[in-house]
Design a protein around this ligand. Structure first.
Ligand SMILES: Nc1ncnc2c1ncn2[C@@H]1O[C@H](COP(=O)(O)OP(=O)(O)OP(=O)(O)O)[C@@H](O)[C@H]1O
Ligand SMILES: [Mg+2]
Length: 250
């Protein structure tokens, strides 16, 4: 089981868009996929069409009396554990709990086996993100190929180092995903060149272009393949999924 945290503490870098479209993309390649929405904003849950008045979500699963089946939903062949606003209470409620960073890892032992579990992290390095990074064996970092994209990366890398040293020695950054790439823009090309220089072959070769369909799809509660299968966004995420599988064979 590959457990992949999709993380970047910077807001709006394409974490949720990537979690949805990599998740549904891998499912279309025949894999069993679970996506966990770790963000109290619950963007991912809404983006795949889950209604927010659901009674139970990930927050309830942190309590031992809740069974995974009570919170897990199936959306077009992909299993989803939705988020809810209550998740914002986790930080305060569990502040003094011992092993509070291991809660999600423990929950994972109660789940059935999947080929891929994707964790859509919130834009912060708080307790929810630490739980995701502790439960994961890999991290994907989506980076916007725009101005200031690289700012804050060092903080993220520092956090990943901390997690590796203290909580999860097996954690690896397995991929940097360049998103909203426009090859006509010099700045975009420069940012990608810097990413390549710094992360070498960890940078996925298939960049995700800036594509309006990717931005529209969530308002219809759909992943890109069900919204516009012939869009550039669908093509890019499809190629990225193939690369993710290909690379793991090496
Ligand atoms: N390749 C793309 N082309 C066009 N728009 C995109 C693309 N990727 C993401 N977007 C849009 O950019 C915005 C931010 O993306 P997204 O919500 O995936 O980022 P995020 O990192 O999850 O944000 P947050 O930090 O708030 O959780 C959204 O409106 C999304 O639709
Ligand atoms: Mg998000």
């Amino acid at each position: 089981m590959r457990v992949i945290a999709i993380s970047n503490q910077k807001g709006g870098t394409g974490k949720t868009t990537s979690a949805v479209n990599i998740g549904f993309g891998l499912q279309r390649l025949g894999y069993q996929v679970l996506i966990i929405d770790m963000d109290p904003q619950a963007n991912l849950s809404t983006a795949v069409g889950i209604s927010m008045d659901m009674d139970k979500n990930l927050y309830h699963l942190f309590k031992p009396e809740t069974e995974p089946e009570e919170v897990m939903q199936e959306v077009r062949g992909v299993k989803i554990i939705p988020a809810g606003l209550e998740l914002s209470l986790v930080e305060g409620e569990y502040a003094w709990v011992r092993d509070k960073e291991y809660m999600l890892k423990n929950i994972m032992t109660r789940l059935q086996d999947f080929d891929f579990v994707l964790l859509d992290c919130p834009p912060s390095l708080g307790l929810l993100t630490l739980n995701a990074l502790t439960a994961a064996n890999e991290v994907f970092i989506p980076v916007q190929t725009e101005f200031l994209a690289l700012q804050g990366m060092s903080k993220l890398l520092e956090t990943l180092e901390y997690v590796k040293n203290k909580l999860n020695p097996d954690l690896v950054i397995s991929g940097i995903i360049a998103v909203r790439y426009d090859k006509r823009k010099v700045l975009n090309r420069e940012v990608v060149a810097k990413l390549e220089l710094h992360f070498k072959d960890k940078l996925y070769k298939n960049y995700i272009r800036d594509n309006i369909s990717l931005a529209e799809a969530p308002s219809f509660g759909l992943d890109i393949y069900h919204y516009k299968a012939d869009s550039a966004g669908a093509a890019d995420y499809r190629q990225l999924c193939l690369e993710i599988i290909e690379r793991s064979k090496k």
